[in-house]
Design a binder for this molecule. Structure first.
Ligand SMILES: *Cc1c(COP(=O)(O)O)cnc(C)c1O
Ligand SMILES: [Zn+2]
Length: 396
């Protein structure tokens, strides 16, 4: 077996150091596993995220996968002013299905195709949002069957976006929260690789967001919204690997932000705990990141502490103000991204981030899938349009 193949087939525990070659997702100690550290940060001229080939267990299979990664970094003054800091935004909404999940899905599906997940005949995921759409899209591109487990009460509009890639969609009755673990067990019995939010292969692809941020110019801090902790885990692994490989001299602080109505990781951080206790989550406009029992919660705590960062939470009013600021800069994002911007502002106001710090906030997904906003409209007949057009810009 090649060294790459061995690395791709091995799983290690960040917490206790245990190692296994079983296709496991969790360590016996209960913590999530990930692939062994790669210290080969060689870059190639491959497309998108595949450029960081030394850090990845597989190469691009081509096709739409080549369009994943290399997302833009922009720095609108109005957004920096709102946050009160030198702020850049990494626009993950530019991915093929509109979120960073594509990094994880593209890599995981390529690894499954290369036989790294054992003898599986299909892939699957538990999601009713971006991850479902992303996994289904990359499975379709690889001509792999895909099964998506959604909650029974999923809105029809969301089903439509997932259904375009023609996966088997199963509406599941009962405790949707239990499905995360249960799907992994069932997947093993049915030879289906469940590519859930923080599984090792998904984390391996999702680490490329932070790789790209750091190789552009290492910021003092990276701020991201957090839900399951899969993306955050990837960011932590990325900065450790780049540092170990000598590609960066300094590790940026990793700051993670949750919506306060459902913020179990932030609560544990504030208490100084090393483990996250599940909460009774309340409604929030940032519903896509409202995870009351995050599978990689403890790993996120470790990531923030290890890098000198924080985990904080913001209320929905702060999120609304951030969302408006982003929209006024012409940037359409999912609500979770506004949570990250509101969190950045909070960290600057509290003095936790210096006003002259270089900060990159990750805008994890596009707002173009989210049709929930309300609209003020004017109305006119063709003959009366004159009067309306005269008024355009009058309120500036
Ligand atoms: C999935 C997702 C998140 C949260 O990422 P986790 O890996 O679950 O912590 C944040 N924003 C968007 C747009 C997402 O799709
Ligand atoms: Zn362990």
């Amino acid at each position: 077996m090649s060294a790459e193949r061995v690395r791709a087939a091995t799983r290690v525990c960040y917490a206790c150091g245990a190692e296994t070659t079983a296709p496991a997702v969790r360590c016996d100690c209960g913590e999530p596993l990930w692939l062994p550290e790669s210290t080969d940060a060689t870059s190639t001229d491959a497309s998108g995220m595949w450029r960081h080939a030394g850090l990845l267990p597989v190469d691009s299979p081509g096709g739409v996968a080549d369009a994943v990664g290399d997302t833009p970094l922009v720095a609108p003054d109005s957004v920096a002013d709102f946050a009160g800091v030198n702020l850049s935004l990494k626009l993950e909404g530019h991915a093929p299905t509109g979120s960073f999940k594509d990094r994880g899905s593209a890599l995981a599906v390529a690894a499954v195709e290369a036989g790294y997940a054992g003898d599986v005949r299909a892939v699957g995921t538990v999601s009713h949002g971006n991850m479902a759409m992303s996994t289904a899209a990359f499975a379709a591109s690889a001509d792999l069957p895909c099964v998506v487990l959604v909650p029974d009460d999923i809105p029809e509009s969301r089903l439509g976006v997932i259904a375009q890639y023609d996966p088997t969609i199963v509406r599941v009755d009962g405790d949707y929260g239990r499905l995360y673990e249960r799907s992994l067990e069932l997947g093993r019995e049915h030879d289906i690789a469940f590519l859930n939010s923080d599984v090792p292969l998904r984390v391996e692809g999702q680490k490329t967001t932070a790789v790209e941020v750091c190789l552009d110019a290492v910021p003092d801090a990276i701020v991201m919204p957090v839900s399951s902790g899969g993306h955050a885990s990837g960011a932590w692994k990325a900065v450790r690997e780049l540092h170990a490989a000598g590609r960066i001299d300094q590790i940026p602080e990793l700051h993670f932000v949750q919506a306060s109505p459902c913020a179990p990781i932030a609560a544990a951080f504030e208490r100084g705990d090393e483990t996250v206790a599940p909460v009774d989550g309340k409604e929030t406009i940032a519903y896509s990141i409202a995870n009351a029992d995050p599978p990689s919660g403890n790993r996120v705590l470790a990531a923030a502490r290890d890098t000198g960062g924080t985990i904080t939470s913001v209320d929905d009013d702060a999120t609304r103000a951030a969302l408006e600021t982003l929209a006024q800069a012409g940037i359409s994002v999912e609500t979770s991204c506004a949570v990250a911007l509101a969190g950045t502002r909070k960290l600057v106001r509290s003095g936790r981030l210096a006003p002259d710090a270089d900060v990159t906030a990750v805008m994890t997904g596009t707002g173009l899938k989210d049709a929930s906003g309300s609209a003020d409209t004017a109305h006119a007949t063709v003959d009366r349009l004159d009067a309306v057009l005269d008024e355009v810009g009058a309120d500036r």
